[in-house]
Design a binder for this molecule. Sequence first.
Ligand code: PA5
Length: 427
Amino acid sequence: MRIDFSNVDLSSLAAYKDLAMDSFKVLMDKSGAGNDFLGWIERPLNYDKEEFDRIKKAAKKINSNSDILVTIGIGGSYLGAKAVDVALDSYFDSKRKTKLVYLGHHLSSQYLAELLDYLKDKDFSINVISKSGTTTEPAIAFRFLKEAIEDKYGKEEAKDRIFVTTDRQKGALKDLANQEGYESFVVPDDIGGRFSVISAVGLLPLAVAGVDIDEFMEGFKEGYKKYTVNDFDENPAIQYAAVRHMLHKDGKEMEVLVNYEPKLKYIAEWWKQLFAESQGKDGKGIFPVSVNNTTDLHSVGQMIQDGKRNIFETVLKVDSVDRDVTINADEKNLDKLNYLADKKVSFVNEKAMEGTIIAHVKGSVPNILISIDKVSAKNLSQLFYFFEIAVGVGGYMEGINPFNQPGVEEYKTQMFKLLGKPGYEDK
Ligand code: PA5
C-alpha cells in the first residue's frame, strides 16, 4: 500500500504533527477514551489459534453440506465480511462452493420473503452474528431463519447447521446458543463491531466463501508492523489522520472515497461505517461518502467538480487487474474509437482516473491517493488495519472517543416506542 499526498497543499501540516503524534501515543498506550475497545490493535499477533482452527473446520463442514450460508448481521457484524467477499468474488461466474447471502442488515419484508422462497430448494446453513445479541434487525431475521431451517431439516440437523458468533458469555443470542446447543464463536469483549472483521465475525463467513484466512491474517500482521511505527514520517496511517484533520480545519466537511473498480463498492461501505461511527459525534466529524467511478462521474461527479467547495477525495487505486481486454482496431471506425486501438481497457480506466484527479484538483478538491498492487485478501486486511489506526488517531486529534457509538441508540429508542416495546412508553 502506498499513499500520495502530492495533490494536497501541505503547507499547514507541520502545525498538526505534534497533536497527531500525541494522539497516536494515547492510542498505543491505551490511555484514552474508549481504551477498553482496543483489542484489535494487537489481535494480529495474539488471536485465538484454537478458535481459528475451529473456524476452518466449521467452514469445511458448511462447504460440504450447503449451497448457501445465510450470514445474519448488521453494521460491523456484516460489512467487513461482505466487503472482502464482494471484492474477491468473480463478477459473474462465482466458483464458490457455498455462496454467502446476507440478511438482518435491514428490515425489508420483501427481501426476507423472497429469500425464504429462494432457500426452499437450496441446502443452507446459518451464521448469526451479533456482539450484543440483542440487535433488532438480526434478531428478527434469525427468528424467521431458525424456523425455516428447522422446518426443512428437523430440529436435530438444524442444530448442526446453525453457527452463532456473539459475546463469550452474555446476551440473548449466547443464551439461545447454549440452550439449543449451537456451535459458537466469540466476538472479543475488547473489539467493537466495526473493528471486528479480524475476529470470527469476519473470518467464518470469509472462510466459507473460500477466502484464504491465513493470508487475511498475514495482511493484518503486516498492517501491525507498518502502521504502529512511532514515527510520523514513517507511518502513513498517522499521516493520513493528520492530513484529514488539517483539511477539516481548513473547511473540508466531506471526504469522498473513490474507486474505479466496482468490486470495491463494499470496501467503501465498510470505510464509511468505520469513519462515521467512530468520528461523527459531539457535533464533530468529516462526513464520509463514496463514489464508484467512472459510473458516478456521470452523476455526482458534477457536484464534486463544481458544487460547494467543502470536499476532498481519497482515491483507492488498484495497480493491476487479473483480467484485461484489448480494444481492437475497426476498419470502418464508425464509432471513432480507433485512437484507442490496441490499448487495454485498464489503461483507459487509469487515464480516466488520472484525468479526473487533475480536473478535481483544478476545481479545488484536494486529492489523497492510496494505491494497492492488486485486490487480494492480504492487501485488503492491511488496508483495513491502516484505516483503523488512522480513525483512532484522528478521533483523538478531534478530542472525541472514537470507540463508542452513542448516536446509534436514539433511532432504536424512538422505534421501540413506536413499536410498543415495554419500557419505552415515556421516551
Ligand atoms: O460498530 C458497531 O459497534 C456497530 O455497527 C455494530 O456492529 C452494529 O450495531 C451491530 O451490533 P451487534 O453486533 O451488537 O448486533
